[in-house]
Design a protein around this ligand. Sequence first.
Ligand SMILES: *[C@@H]1O[C@H](CO)[C@@H](O)[C@H](O)[C@H]1NC(C)=O
Ligand SMILES: *[C@@H]1O[C@H](CO)[C@@H](O)[C@H](O)[C@H]1NC(C)=O
Ligand SMILES: *[C@@H]1O[C@H](CO)[C@@H](O)[C@H](O)[C@H]1NC(C)=O
Length: 516
Amino acid sequence: MCRVEKGSEKCECRKQVHWDIMGLKFLGESNKAEKLKSSGPVSRSRIKLWMIRAITTILLWTCVVQLMALGEMWGPRLLKGWPSCFSHSDLFLSAELSSVPAKVLLPPKRVYKNNGYLMVSCNGGLNQMRAAICDMVAIARYLNVTLIVPELDKTSFWNDPSEFKDIFDVDHFIASLRDEVRILKELPPRLKRRVELGMYYSLPPISWSDISYYHHQILPLLQKYKVVHLNKTDARLANNGLPLEIQKLRCRVNFNALRFTSQIEELGRRVVKFLREKGPFLVLHLRYEMDMLAFSGCTHGCNSEEAEELTRMRYAYPWWKEKVINSDMKRKEGLCPLTPEETALVLSAMGIDHNVQIYIAAGEIYGGQRRMAALTDSFPNVVRKETLLESSDLKLFQNHSSQMAALDYLVSLESDIFVPTYDGNMAKVVEGHRRFLGFKKTILLNRGLLVGLIDQYNSGSLSWDEFSSNVKEVHADLMGNPKRRVVIPDKPKEEDYFYANPHECLQLLDEPLRST
Ligand SMILES: *[C@@H]1O[C@H](CO)[C@@H](O)[C@H](O)[C@H]1NC(C)=O
Ligand SMILES: *[C@@H]1O[C@H](CO)[C@@H](O)[C@H](O)[C@H]1NC(C)=O
Ligand SMILES: *[C@@H]1O[C@H](CO)[C@@H](O)[C@H](O)[C@H]1NC(C)=O
């Protein structure tokens, strides 16, 4: 019953109704029995009637006792009226199905004086929003406010209409953080009306701020207006210089509270199973997609029509501010994603087995099969989700780029080697998550050095062996191994990104951390 009706308050009522109905059913049966037996001799029927009453009473009491036992288990939560349904029904189910391991009881709710309500609208692609959600939970926790489940960006380049609940398990998100912060699916009605009347405060918080900015600038607004809406969320919390408990909470949200929907998880498991059946696999986050190229202005390897098309697109999008771009210079500075041709050379030079399965975690590759040829010639076992799954499996995900990205995220986490060709948000967040999972190998390409080596090899000034040993040497220490995040006091923007290496939360190996 609970599973169908997900609203928690409604659920509790329905549970009550359910039990009441059961009680009534027993009463009803006993009445029927009374009527049936009334035709017999008076004394016998009386005795029978008493027996039936006794049995009914015993049955009813059994029911009540059971209810109370359940009540003890659920009681504190039912009383507070806040927990999610899904935990109840899971408890219920796991008690019944002995094969399912018993669910760990949730920690008690944190009780605190609420300073107001925080609404947030995330901006950017899935992984930028993922990191932002972690930041927003931490901010809400340390301001003692109630967080409303974040709204996701539907207007970015990705144009994905998915809501939070379409991508993440929203009930798990709320319930698993209940000992830190209260999270609601929506504002209480009274406040909703205030918001409809415009009685709230909306602003983009200053980026790269530390928590004291939120204490001194945002908290007073929350106290004054009751509801504050943060309408931009990228990089809204600095990477370093935050109390350890904030860093740990960011990790807890990222690695525990944010779980994809069961539908996405299930599909992810299937993709990984297909890959595993055939052996080890490498995930290549080949960020060679049209938006990336248009935005970055990187046209190396494109023909003139393509270069023109990409430039036109950049001018058409108002939020891509930089319009005039020198592609060659940008590439030499290491600011361009590697092309499929460059990637094929680098993977070969690193000594990656040519028969390994390479799963492409990306949308459509710009230039399609023609541009992929160099890669598929060197590595024939290139696969994509579209080749591993039936189109019917992916149908629900079509036009939902964030859900596709979520699938790629899961496969990337599981891979034996993860290679991003650009250090975008997905690359960084997956890198950090793989560190958390035990420093799984992530090859962090030094693109600035690589393009120089590639050009030397292509022009003949480096032999293959020289090229290969250089590539290996450059990356010997760039495999996602334990190290400290780079801290640059007073330059939060230039520091290493927290989510790429949340070293405060990692199981460190015996050797002391090396600082970079
Ligand atoms: C938040 O609540 C805690 C107690 O749970 C209290 O110690 C702290 O000062 C409060 N902070 C704010 C900003 O209200
Ligand atoms: C955020 O809110 C401010 C103030 O209301 C507004 O000027 C700005 O355009 C908003 N930004 C976005 C991205 O909606
Ligand atoms: C996806 O969108 C395109 C056009 O935007 C449309 O033609 C197509 O039918 C959509 N696919 C699904 C599965 O909704």
